[in-house]
Design a protein around this ligand. Structure first.
Ligand code: ADP
Ligand code: MG
Length: 609
């Protein structure tokens, strides 16, 4: 039989390699930014269009490339950064594999413009799917500009696999933050769809952290420093009282390279031991300097994991450096450890008074008329009612009556099951459940999940069908939003407006809340919005089918009455009424059961055992 093994053509090999190096637009961002840093740029601009799907461009003022190098840089294993194997052990550049540009050029349309300072003219190269389309001299500033367009144009499966713009932008911003935090001495810009998201002038590390994460960070961080033979440590850690639920502000760098290490994260958390309640996360921005001899950077293709010779020693030093820093700044435990953490809410919402959800139908209201917003608020409710509720016009003002277990749809509820019971006998159990006698037996409702469902439907209707009512604030609440938060805010501001929020932009970093929906308390408004932005930016999935759904779910989760919250009999009634006028009263927006009924059969069976 004849031989069958062949060498793969270069463009195929490059495409395969690209699969490893380029997972999404953010991978391109990382590689291009690192190349610009390695080229000793003092100013680097990142331009993104359509979450990097149509454009990722990096413009630097670094050393640039000669004509030959401009051509060479797209070859696989072509690098100026190492020459011999030993160089791997004294690396001080980000790149060294020489495969990023070859990989990117294999799966995108790339335009390179570059000029070295001594040259009059620069070079422009256009390369598409590894094929050089054109090469010519070009008038271009000193430095390099690489524009990567139509990523994955020749791998449709990969392109389709990309997530929504919000999610891809979030990955891009993450990569950007990792690079800018490692290089405060470089001036960075980030533009997304033509809008300036970041302008970070060169400065010291504290200035850089504050510029990336908003002005308040300045009072919230403490310097940490430790120098030993094995490792140098410096950077900042967040004061324990500002710990939060998300891990968005945790950064660990080794020799100015962002890394992920569960082991060293554990060491840092150990330093905070006893100062932070379970489940909360402190901020940290910690920079380790370790002799490259004792590192193996080569273990992961995208290089966020590093192997150390002496991990145990580094662990111990890091933990004690954090402890020492917290001790030095006399950060005493300011927490009440006696509280039952299961009753805790993200923003102490449990202190709020419950907003009474109510039906408040206006019998005169015609939902198909032209002016739904003129629907008169019912006398039953505290504030004006969202107009959608009037859709339930044929509901009696009394409690709706149900057979909780057998309610396939609300139509049945309203048309057939009416007026057999009321809920006036309902009681709260364990400050968590609502129990009521119905025609079918004993109805048990989870108060938190019930209220989530009520709010979720309410918010969703406000966003999509009819605008919710807004309550003007006497004193506007000023909210500080950094660039990425502002961007997400812009994406969701229409939905928030429909729900009943009103805003004014004061300056580029501040937004004032001037009106809030009636079902949200003034004291929680800012936290609710910030939490929503975090949920969206972190791409936390709760199986939402679109952005509006996600907004409604996230808000419902933040604002719903909590387990552990005592309800008055009036509030109990209101929850039950509103629950059973929901489109789907049986499962929470997160797919959990809201209520069930112990029927007579169930009880008979129990006692027959
Ligand atoms: P690596 O960074 O691992 O060397 P790359 O494929 O990213 O591999 O880049 C290949 C080479 O192209 C680099 O070694 C460098 O010499 C050159 N290069 C890439 N980007 C730039 C840039 N922005 N400025 C100057 N030279 C660059
Ligand atoms: Mg590189």
């Amino acid at each position: 039989m004849s031989s069958i093994i062949q060498l793969l053509p270069d463009h195929v090999a490059n495409q395969i390699a690209a699969g490893e190096v380029v997972q999404r637009p953010a991978s391109v961002v990382k590689e291009l930014l690192e190349n610009a840093v390695d080229a000793q740029a003092t100013e680097i601009k990142l331009l993104i269009k359509e979450a990097g799907k149509s454009l990722v461009q990096v413009i630097d003022n670094g050393i640039g490339m000669s004509v030959t190098d401009a051509r060479m840089c797209f070859e696989r294993h072509a690098t100026s950064k190492i020459r011999i194997a030993e160089d791997l052990f004294q690396l001080n550049t980000k790149g060294f594999r020489g495969e990023a540009l070859a990989s990117i050029a294999a799966i995108a349309h790339v335009e390179l413009k570059t000029r070295q300072s001594d040259d009059q003219l620069g070079t422009q190269i256009v390369i598409e799917g590894s094929k050089i389309v054109s090469q010519q001299p070009s008038v271009t500033p000193q430095g390099t500009s690489i524009a990567v367009k139509n990523l994955f144009f020749n791998i449709p499966a990969r392109r389709n696999f990309l997530k929504s713009d919000v999610v891809e932008n979030k990955h891009i911003i993450d990569e950007f933050q990792r690079v800018v935090l490692a290089h405060p001495n470089i001036h960075f810009f980030l533009y997304i769809n033509g809008n300036e998201v970041y302008n970070l002038p060169a400065g010291n590390l504290r200035q850089r952290i504050v510029a990336v994460f908003s002005g308040k960070t300045n009072e919230r961080i403490l310097p940490v420093q430790e120098h030993t033979e094995v490792v140098g440590i410096n950077g900042f850690i967040g004061k324990p009282e500002f710990a939060k639920k998300s891990r968005t502000e945790q950064f660990l760098f080794v020799n100015d390279r962002f890394i992920k290490s569960g082991y060293l994260h554990h060491a840092i958390m150990g330093g905070f031991e006893g100062l932070i309640r379970d489940g909360l996360q402190p901020s940290y921005f910690i920079y380790l300097q370790i002799d490259p001899k004792h590192l193996d950077i080569n273990i992961h293709p995208t290089k966020t994991e590093i192997k150390f010779d002496d991990e145990h020693t580094i662990y111990a030093i890091l933990r004690s450096a954090v402890k020492h820093c917290l001790g030095q700044f006399k950060v005493a435990p300011a927490l009440d450890f006696d509280k039952d953490p299961s009753l805790e809410t993200p923003y102490e919402l449990y202190r709020k008074e419950i907003n009474i959800p109510s039906i408040g139908a206006d019998p005169n209201f015609n939902p198909f008329g032209d002016t739904p917003k003129n629907a008169k608020p019912s006398s039953f409710s505290k504030g004006p009612e969202p107009a959608w509720k009037a859709l339930y016009t044929d509901l009696p003002q009394e409690f709706p009556v149900i057979e909780a277990e057998f309610l396939p749809s609300q139509t049945k509820l309203f048309e057939e099951e009416r007026s057999k019971h009321d809920f006036s006998n309902a009681q709260q159990l364990f400050n968590k459940y609502i129990v009521a006698k119905t025609a079918n037996g004993l109805l048990i409702v989870d108060q938190n999940k019930a209220h989530q469902r009520i709010l979720y439907e309410n918010f969703l209707k406000n966003i999509t069908v009819s605008k919710g009512f807004s309550q003007q604030l006497l004193f506007p609440i000023s909210m500080q939003l950094n660039g990425p938060m502002k961007m997400i805010f812009n994406d969701i501001s229409d939905a928030l407006f429909n729900i009943g929020f009103q805003f004014e932009t004061t300056d580029s970093e501040h937004i004032s809340i001037i009106g809030i929906p009636t079902m949200i308390q003034e004291s929680e408004a800012e936290d609710v919005i910030k939490q929503l932005i975090t949920v969206i930016s972190e791409g936390q999935v709760f199986d939402a089918f679109d952005l509006n759904d996600k907004i409604a779910k996230s808000l419902a989760m933040s604002v719903a009455i909590r387990n552990g919250q005592l309800l008055s009999s009036h509030e109990i009634d209101a929850v039950l009424q509103d629950l059973f006028s929901c489109m789907d009263h049986s499962v929470s927006p997160f797919g959990k059961p809201i209520h069930f009924t112990f029927t007579q059969d169930d009880l008979d069976r129990k006692f027959a055992l």
